[in-house]
Structures are given as C-alpha cells and as structure tokens.
Design a protein around this ligand. Structure first.
Ligand SMILES: [Fe+2]
Length: 263
C-alpha cells in the first residue's frame, strides 16, 4: 500500500461522515457513537496486529479496514434511524455500496482492494466461510476481534447507564423484562454464538454478548476483555439461576482451556 493511502482514507472518511451531523440530538448521539466506535476499532486493530508482529504495510491495511468497516452505519442511521440490520439493511453491504460510489478503494492494488471488501462484508456475518484464503482469514479475524472488543465495552457501558441515559438503538427494540430464552442457553452450552434472531429480551442480549467469546480469535483480544472486566459486568446483570450459572461455567471453562482465567 502506498504510504499516502491511509492519510487520504482518513481525510475521505472525515469528509464523508461530516455530512451526517444532525440537529436532532438522538441522531447526533448515535453518529458520535459510531465515530468514536470507529476510532477505537482502529486502535484495537493496531494493538492486535502489533501483537502478531505484522509488517508496516499490513498494519496500514488493517487500519484502513477498521476505518471503513462500519461506513454503512451512517447512511443506515440516517435512512432507518436504527442499527438493527434485520429491520433496516445489512450495514456491511450498504458500506460497500458507499465505498463503490466514492471510488475510495480504486487506488488500492487489486489484491488489497479485494481483501478490504471481503473483510468488510464478513465483519458482521455469523461466521467466516471455511473456504476463505489464509490472508483473507487473517484480516477477517482482525476486524471481527477489534470490532467485538469495542462493542463489548460500548454495550457494558450502555447497560450501566441505560436507565438514566436510554438509547433504544442499542436495545434492538428488546424489553428489559425478567427471564431469558432456553435457546440462548443451549447455544452457549454447544460453544456457539447466540444468534440475533434468538433474542427475546435484554437478558438474551447479555447472553449473546457473553457468547461472543467463542468467536474471539486472538489471545491479545481475550486479554483486553479480561483486563476491562466486560464479562463480569455482563454476568452481574443476569438472573443468577441454575441454567445461567451452567452457561457461565461453560464459558469460564472454555476460557480456561484457552489459557485465560476470568473473574
Ligand atoms: Fe459493523
């Protein structure tokens, strides 16, 4: 990648997103949330990529990917007022349309352009196809880890503040009622991420975010999750009955097997 590309990409991103600022405080809050999310995903991806001792070119490519991965969120928010892809549109697909229209990826070499497009497309999918090339797999894993790490922080903060500072866009229209879905527990006990389609209330959502550890790939990402206490904060807000305890124990055993000791 040419050394000018990353700064020119930042300049384009700043210019593009500046047009979305809104006098509506609810919309502006979520535009700001996505700008800050993007900046932190850029920091996360550099931290993870440096732990892998990637070269300068790949570090810059990873940062470009982090900068552009959620570019579709701005149009999604403006058009639908929601972050829920189920009731609006797939924000990864929308982001790729935005990038095509802007032609921002055209100056990248073809292989890098393909890599960035592929990793943006896959950053929000349930899983990465087994047929992905090793290099594509690396960048997909980088963005998925960097993204999930930040979303976990953002969501934990949201759950701590939501009674005083509600943000329905982060609740996906779910109620904060007692109980949880058995399906979510069964997914966890099979070592699988809970799917968004399963969610019936905010406890299910907390279980889904806990289950994301099954998709975290790099040890440094798990270390960050551990240092920041995200899992404990999610667990503390769940009902403490035997099924939840069993699911939490399963997650802790999984993390112990990966050499992490949480809580
Ligand atoms: Fe995203």
């Amino acid at each position: 990648m040419h050394s000018d590309y990353l700064p020119s990409c930042h300049a384009w991103f700043n210019d593009y997103t500046s047009s979305f600022h809104s006098p509506d405080p609810k919309l502006e809050k979520n535009i700001d949330l996505k700008l800050k999310h993007t900046a932190r995903v850029c920091d996360n991806i550099s931290r993870i990529a440096k732990s892998l001792q990637l070269g300068q070119g790949d570090l810059a490519l990873a940062e470009v990917l982090a900068l552009l991965h959620d570019v579709g969120r701005f149009e999604q928010l403006k058009c639908y007022g929601s972050f829920d892809d189920r009731i609006s549109t797939d924000h990864a697909a929308l982001g790729l349309k935005v990038l095509n229209r802007a032609g921002i990826l055209c100056s990248l070499p073809k292989n890098e352009r393909h890599l960035v497009r592929r990793a943006i497309w896959l950053h929000n999918k349930y899983e990465i196809p087994e047929t992905e090339s090793p290099r594509s797999l690396l960048f997909c894993r980088l963005i998925r880890d960097a993204d999930k790490l930040d979303i976990l922080g953002l969501i934990v903060e949201h759950f701590e503040a939501r009674s005083k500072n509600p943000n329905p866009a982060l609740d996906f229209g779910l109620e904060n009622c007692p109980g949880y879905s058995r399906e979510a527990i069964l997914d966890i006990l099979k070592g699988r991420m809970v799917k968004i389609a399963t969610l019936k209330n905010l406890n299910d959502m907390r279980l889904m975010y806990l289950s994301w550890v099954f998709d975290i790939y790099f040890p440094v990402t798990l270390s960050c999750i551990e240092e920041r206490g995200y899992l404990k904060k999610l667990i503390d807000r769940l009902p403490q009955d035997s099924e939840i305890v069993e699911a939490v124990d399963f997650i802790m055993d999984y993390l112990n097997c990966r050499g992490r000791i949480f809580i």
